[in-house]
Write a protein that binds this ligand. Structure first.
Ligand SMILES: [Zn+2]
Length: 374
């Protein structure tokens, strides 16, 4: 039994190592350069509901059909007009997809943006208009009700209590967790929401109900900017008719496409700007290295002799007709000064020297560059 456990533990360690390395490289690549992809190149379009889940029911329509038609049009416009952008649908036909699966599809794709498309329903038939949500705590009961309604689809999923860790879509208490939770991408998500609302109003002439926040499960686990659009109310006769019509769907899809286009433009400009700034900084920062000089000879020392016995890390440079021996290195003057104290215990007359590239320069000049204000 013990042997068996030991064996399997070894196996785990063996398997986890490459994963750790890949993860480390990944971290390195995202933090070493720009955190997100350099250019906007992937969008996930999520048509809400589907299959056995019709979503909201109008007098002659089902939410799942209207949002699918709009989603497919949006994808078509993006493919036609933004050829460097990949479109991923969470569904492109009438099928049931659990909410957690939608987030999975989005996260696997490493997309720049996730747009979930829905239609609304409310008891008051006069209410109409378009609203866009980013993930966050609901600031009004009305917004909370929208999230509750959209989240309640999980009860149609198998094992939803385990998949969503006991989340009860109809209990207000479940939503407390969103009070403490804000998407890392709240700023970008809100920006996208504003672009959408602007287009719904100007391009499609819809009533602008504004940018809102609420706790939508479908957005909760998404690892990039994400929004949920309620394109209108099926409970309002005129709006239902509009959303059902070919031209209404075309206008709404066109508005969503335009917001994606504008978001991409801003995104690409920002990342190009960041790159230029970084390049300038790199140019401004010369390659300064401090070392500690510990010896100087007319002849070159054999490896293993003299200072090589005292120090592991020895760097030699030639100045005039002498070979000078240094140890340790740092790009920071304060750091090398601390190290000097230890080295002086072994070689009392050792001192700091500075190099720009391979060229020795006065320490005072180097300090001006690496530790300005000192
Ligand atoms: Zn919905």
């Amino acid at each position: 039994m013990i042997l068996h456990m030991h064996g399997s533990m070894k196996l785990v360690v063996k398997n986890i190592l490459p994963v750790l390395i890949i993860y480390f490289l990944y971290e390195l690549s995202i933090y070493g350069q720009v955190k997100q992809p350099a250019r906007f190149n992937t969008v996930v379009i999520d048509a809400g509901h589907g299959g056995k889940d019709p979503g909201a029911l109008g007098s002659t329509t089902e939410e799942k059909d209207i949002v699918l038609a709009i989603a497919l049009k949006v994808g078509k416009y993006v493919k036609e007009n933004l050829q460097d952008v990949k479109v991923i649908y969470t569904r492109d036909k009438d099928v049931f997809i659990p909410l957690y699966k939608r987030a999975e599809i989005a996260n696997k794709s490493n997309a720049n943006l996730f747009i979930s498309i829905h239609a609304n329903y409310i008891s008051d038939p006069r209410i109409h208009g378009v609203e866009t949500y980013a993930l966050g705590p609901a600031r009004s009961n009305e917004n909370l009700e929208v999230a509750k309604k959209e989240n309640s689809v999980i009860v149609m999923e198998d094992e939803y209590t385990t998949k969503y860790e006991g989340f009860d879509p109809n209990s207000a208490e479940s939503y407390i967790l969103f009070e403490y939770m804000q998407s890392t991408y709240v700023e970008q998500s809100t920006m996208m929401a504003s672009l959408l609302q602007k287009q719904f109003h100007h391009r499609a002439g819809r009533r602008d109900r504004g940018v809102k926040q609420a706790g939508f499960l479908v957005l909760r686990n998404i690892t990039h900017p994400s929004v949920l659009v309620e394109v209108g109310f099926l409970s309002n006769k005129a709006e239902e008719k509009y959303l059902k019509s070919e031209s209404g769907q075309t206008y709404i899809a066109s508005a969503i496409f335009r917001a994606i286009r504008d978001y991409k433009k801003q995104y690409d400009e920002k990342t190009t700007e960041m790159k230029t700034v970084k390049k300038k900084e790199e140019k401004k920062m010369p390659d300064i290295t401090y070392r500690i000089q510990v010896a100087s000879y007319k002849r070159m020392l054999k490896k293993g002799a003299g200072v090589y016995k005292k120090f592991k890390d020895v760097y030699v440079y030639k100045e005039g007709n002498r070979y000078k021996y240094t140890t340790l290195s740092s790009n920071d003057y304060n750091d090398i000064s601390r190290k000097l104290k230890d080295i002086q215990k072994k070689v009392p007359d050792s001192f700091i020297v500075a190099f720009e590239g391979d060229k020795r320069i006065p320490v005072a000049d180097a300090v001006k560059i690496t530790n300005p204000g000192k």
